[in-house]
Design a protein around this ligand. Structure first.
Ligand code: UT7
Length: 330
């Protein structure tokens, strides 16, 4: 049966490294607090680059690794919470950046679950026979919407900028994306959001709206934490059951890198076979929203932790709330 498999991944983070010490000079925080609560040591922030700049670098690497030219891409899926423009989205912009005008492009705004939703759509597109080569781009610039004063410290220290691009192709071989399970629950929309520009305000961008802080990411950290540690294990088990793959056969679990305490709490709630193999690289990048899972996959491959034929689980939780998990035979 025709399947969708991950052929290659490219990644890019801006060269500007922001350490916890750097943040100490901008707000009342400490390296110790940030490490203890989140496991983050440093993150990368843009310095003059925009979302599609990051996306282009990651895409070029992914295409080169796949032995493809931009013209070989027959559909773009673009996930971000911060496009170059509020409208149009980043997908059409990437056809311009890659020099492939006319290529279909779909935007996804599913926050930290953007990669999971992107896998879900890619799998359906490819298995139906509609497309052969999909470029799933996850590119995030959150630093421009963070409040770096002490008032915003609980959120600003967590996020980093970064991008990944994943080439997903059709195959008849015994490999690929076996299952994807996704969920959403808008009852918690306000617990993690970027409110403005919003149609709740008319006109939607005024000085008054911005003065209220609506142009900054806001978060109820404890509520996010509580739901994340419940939903991650639930959806991982759901995806595993649907795939029929035994837990003992899973080589690596790659959760969205939200923060180390969430990853550890999730690992503790998983059965032992899975607990042993949970991957983390949050200390280097912070939370890069929808880019975090493919960046982690990229690094896990580079470290030899994933090889062809291995069973891998990826899972996410984030704003919406949205969450999901996938089982992949690499
Ligand atoms: O993709 C999902 C993204 N979201 C997340 O991953 C967030 C999930 N939530 C969390 O990880 C945690 O809730 C946080 C790391 C955000 C916060 O940890 P917490 O243990 O829930 O701390 P808290 O919000 O209850 O704050 C404890 C104290 C407060 O001070 P007081 O009131 O006890 O004096 C905060 O004002 O820590 C203070 N605080 C900080 N102190 C130093 C909050 N942020 C900081 C900071 N530096 N950056």
């Amino acid at each position: 049966m025709r399947k969708a498999y991950i052929d290659s991944i490219g990644m890019y983070v801006p060269s500007n490294v922001v350490t916890n010490k750097d943040l100490e000079s901008r707000m009342d925080t400490s390296d110790e607090w940030i490490r203890e609560r989140s496991g983050i040591q440093e993150r990368h922030h843009v310095d003059g680059e925009c979302t599609t700049d990051l996306a282009l670098k990651a895409s070029e690497e992914a295409l080169e690794k796949a032995g493809m030219k931009p013209e070989d891409v027959d559909h773009i899926i673009f996930s971000t919470m911060a496009s170059d423009y509020f409208a149009p989205g980043g997908g059409p912009m990437m056809t311009r950046r890659l020099g492939i005008p006319g290529t279909p492009a779909l935007d996804i705004r599913m926050a930290c679950s953007g990669f999971l939703y992107g896998l879900s759509v890619s799998k359906a597109f490819i298995e139906s026979g509609a497309y052969e080569n999909i470029l799933l781009i996850t590119s995030e610039v959150q630093s421009v919407a963070l409040d770096f004063s002490t008032a915003g410290r609980d959120t600003a220290v967590l996020f980093g900028d970064g991008a990944a691009a994943t080439v997903i192709k059709a195959t008849d071989a015994d490999q690929g994306i076996l299952t994807v399970k996704t969920h959403s629950d808008g009852r918690y929309a306000e617990d993690l959001m970027l409110r403005t520009p919003s149609t709740l305000d008319n006109p939607f961008l005024t000085h008054e709206v911005l003065d209220k802080g609506y142009g900054r990411v806001s978060m109820n950290g404890r509520t996010v934490f509580k739901h994340a540690v419940t939903k991650f294990p639930q959806v991982i088990n759901e995806a595993l059951e649907a795939s029929g793959v035994a837990k003992a056969d899973i080589k690596l679990v790659v959760p969205h890198q939200a923060n180390l305490r969430i990853t550890e709490a999730v690992a503790n709630r998983l059965d032992l076979e899975l607990h042993k193999v949970v991957f983390s690289n949050i200390h280097k990048y912070g939370n890069t929203t929808s880019a975090s899972i493919p960046i982690a996959l990229y690094e896990a491959m580079a470290e030899g932790k994933i090889e062809r034929g291995d069973y891998v689980v990826v899972a996410s939780f984030g704003a919406g709330f949205t969450w999901g998990a996938s089982v992949i035979k690499w």
